[in-house]
Design a binder for this molecule. Structure first.
Ligand SMILES: [Zn+2]
Length: 87
């Protein structure tokens, strides 16, 4: 892995940590969560900044899941949660 400068949290002025977090995407009452995704995480409040590479990788999966969820939602008028685990 290429070493990158460690980003500083704009709110807490502390260096962020490269660790796993949960990527969340919420749209039209559908929540998609992808656990164990690497991101820069603020040690103070756990706020994560995902790298553009990670967002690129996840956006396709999330878009597909969202389409599937929309079809499911037509039959059930409740918010639906999807959890995707990336090994
Ligand atoms: Zn912070």
């Amino acid at each position: 892995m290429i070493s990158k400068p460690v980003p500083i949290c704009g709110t807490h002025k502390v260096p962020k940590k490269w660790s796993t977090t949960t990527f969340e995407y919420s749209h039209e009452g559908i929540l998609i969560r992808v656990p164990n995704v690497y991101a820069w995480v603020c040690p103070e409040d756990g706020e994560a900044s995902f790298t553009p590479e990670t967002v690129d990788e996840l956006s396709e999966t999330v878009r597909e899941l969202h389409e599937t969820a929309k079809r499911v939602k037509k039959c059930r008028d409740v918010p639906t949660e999807y959890i995707v685990s990336v090994a």
